[in-house]
Write a protein that binds this ligand. Structure first.
Ligand code: SF4
Length: 360
């Protein structure tokens, strides 16, 4: 059993660690490139959302490297994610690939059902080794989020373009190599030093832009065409509304039937009083939250044809008007090019900077 799974930003660091700790051979898909998207879009319906196509490309590239079991999350609610695994399985089987797919669906409180689903992954090592693997993976998920936050913070002040990005890459590589929890405190110190070594100009007063939107395209830099890096290198202090550990926590708590959307419903309530699937409700709630916290602008990022985000997009102009905060929606698909995105980001950040200068 050689396991693989789809990429979603830095998720591979935690998932690889977990699966190795559970005694499985892991084939991490190669980093996403244009080839990945080409492979994925080949068999996918044209109007399928971008994450589905990238996932397919990840699986194909991982199978080329020897993977024979695909782990995929399942979903519930009014969006296409619930069908993803089945659709992907059929597309790959039709194309002649030989593999098993394990769908890890949230069982909505039915713990016996959860056990049945996860059992094939949990029988190779002892209970104490399983717990150790889970604790290490969870710690890594939190540390990759800390690395992302440090990168956002430092990049807006860096004086040598790309130095924060280089520190981020080194930090993630070091984290990936760490196999024991007891080594993490030392590693955290080393990561802190890496970012302290980035040359910065602390006299700058960067504009602050909050990112909201669909979780996959927010977390996966290839899908959003390096949105955070581009903004940071334009001198913007980026705030992102959701991180890997938030998403994992939500998945875990859904097993226990905890209501993870209470706060989002309260914030979004005056604009959107109910769940619309995916992260549509959170996009509205996070925008209201950022507006309350006086960010200079908000960018809403969404995959082309994403139904929940289309709902959010139709509501955000009202949030923008009520709070007097600029909000731009950036829709991405497999045809999006970095040059076009740079043009839109430059126009938006120039406008946001002028607004702030005019208010000073
Ligand atoms: S949230 Fe949007 S992009 Fe994600 S699966 Fe649902 S429709 Fe597709």
């Amino acid at each position: 059993m050689r396991c693989t799974f789809p990429h979603m930003g830095t998720m591979y660091v935690a998932v690889e660690s977990l699966l190795e700790g559970l005694g499985h051979e892991v084939i991490v898909p190669p980093p996403i490139t244009e080839r990945t998207i080409e492979l994925g879009q080949h068999g996918a319906p044209e109007t399928a959302c971008l994450p589905l196509k990238i996932n397919l490309g990840n699986y194909i590239e991982a199978m080329e490297n020897g993977a024979d079991v695909i782990l995929m999350g399942g979903g519930v609610g009014p969006c296409r994610f619930g069908y993803y695994a089945e659709v992907q399985r059929e597309i790959l089987k039709d194309a002649g690939y030989d593999f098993d797919m394990m769908v890890l669906e949230p069982p909505k409180g039915q713990l016996s059902l959860a056990w049945q689903r996860f059992k094939p992954l949990l029988t190779k090592v002892s209970l104490s080794e399983t717990l150790a693997a889970a604790r290490l993976a969870w710690a890594k998920a939190q540390i990759v989020d800390d690395i992302e936050k440090m990168t956002h913070q430092v990049r807006a002040f860096e004086t040598v373009r790309g130095s924060a990005t280089a520190a981020r890459s080194k930090a993630i590589a070091k984290l990936r190599q760490t196999k024991h929890r007891q080594n993490l405190p030392q590693l955290l110190e080393e990561i802190g030093t890496l970012f302290q070594q980035v040359p910065v100009d602390l006299q700058r007063q960067p504009v602050v832009i909050g990112l909201v939107g669909e979780i996959y395209v927010m977390l996966e830099p290839f899908a959003n065409r390096q949105l955070e890096r581009l903004l940071g290198e334009m001198g913007v202090l980026v705030r992102r509304s959701s991180f890997l550990s938030d998403w994992l926590r939500g998945q875990f708590y859904s097993l226990l039937r905890f209501d993870m959307q209470k706060k989002a419903r309260l914030l979004a309530g005056p604009y959107l009083p109910h769940f619309v699937g995916g992260h549509g409700l959170e996009s509205v709630a996070d925008s209201v939250n950022y507006a309350n916290n006086r960010v200079d602008g908000i960018i809403h990022v969404a995959p082309f044809t994403c139904m929940p985000e289309i709902v959010a997009q139709s509501i955000l102009p009202k949030v923008s008007a009520d709070f007097d905060v600029p909000i731009m929606t950036l829709v991405v698909d497999e045809h999006s090019a970095e040059a076009g995105i740079i043009t839109r980001l430059e126009a938006f950040t120039d406008m946001v900077k002028r607004r702030r200068t005019g208010r000073a």
